[in-house]
Design a protein around this ligand. Sequence first.
Ligand code: PXG
Length: 439
Amino acid sequence: MSNTAANNLDAFWMPFTANRQFKSNPRMLVGAKDMHYTNAEGGKVLDGTAGLWCVNAGHGRQRITDAVSQQMAEMDYAPAFQMGHPKVFELAARLTAMLPNGLDHVFFTNSGSEAVDTALKIALAYHRARGDGARTRLIGRERGYHGVGFGGISVGGIVTNRKNFGTLLAGVDHMPHTHLPEKNAFSKGIPEYGAELADELERIVTLHDASTIAAVIVEPVAGSTGVILPPKGYLERLRKICDKHGILLIFDEVITGFGRLGAGFATDYFGVEPDMITMAKGLTSGTIPMGGVVCSKNIYDTFMGAPENTIEFFHGYTYSGHPVAAAAALATLDCYKDEGLFERANDLSGYWEDGLHSLKDCPNVIDLRNLGLIGAIELESIPGKPTARAFEAFLKCYEKGVLIRTTGDIIALSPPLIIEKTHIDQIFETIRTVLNEIA
Ligand code: PXG
């Protein structure tokens, strides 16, 4: 019998986790309230990451709990195809009212990965419905993360997520990422240099011809690969190039949606309107799995050109718009609105920025990046041991009661939007202590 079987952790194959390392020294969370987790040892752990970028309203919210339990009692499930229930219609109306005019229709999924694959399929089917079915190419970006479906890893730009899975989707190309530390290191907020990287899309259009390209998908702020910000003017330029060539622009707002930047969505923050937005995570504040694609009126209307009584889009999930998830999302939106959490994130973003950039002189810090309530601390890798330094920082911060997240040698931070200044102080003081300890 293996060691891991003895402590009964063997059966669960953990996602994106070093299973054997974890099981030999497990970090178990057993409770959560507001800004804190409780671990199995009874310790309190400050949540510096909102779970996995999702618990934007904070943990253990009574309002969401009540909405979910009421919905469970009232109606646990309703068929998602050819039947409806009121809450999902209400939710779609509430979401589209939060977004710019023209982004008027929502297709529900259960995760960000499904939202991305759905958006890519909508793009292909949209062009076909317009009689422009040669537009089948999809363009993503290096270091992009769009979940783990075959569509998402194809347009994504993370080699470890791609290399084991064969040929992926055909006809995908990638723009360069926008991380330019030689020019932009230690920028506060949006970096100055690199808008011209959007012109790489023109190069790709020239290579393949616009008539073959369906859509471009980007994270307005890339989260998973260590917080990569769009240089000043970059997203505007992407929008222009897409317009010029009839290419749809998809913003993957799975992380940037629901207040993370101190605005409802990145589209509001940057004033750039995509044709589709993918969302998940903060939609239910992480409580019940749910995702969605918001698309333009033009896209929806194009599908509605099909003869009546035919299904316009052959796509959907058993749990699309699940009543319990919809109830959780409605209660979450109430929390955001009634507590002014997006404004709160905006108000705190300066304090957050100052706290983060106070780490500039800590050992091995080679870059600091921030926007809204997102922060990243990039560390110099230990020669020959990439990821080791940041992982040690993660373990030490956890021992000291602060949950951070690392990717490569980058520490990424994204706390719940209910965070207080004292918590911000605690996060950065703990990281400072740890960076000095492991130097
Ligand atoms: N798009 C983006 C931009 C994401 O960040 C997904 C799609 C996929 O969502 P689902 O719900 O299928 O996981 C994501 C997910 C991290 C981390 O630590 C980030 C994600 C998930 C887990 C961990 O950076 N992002």
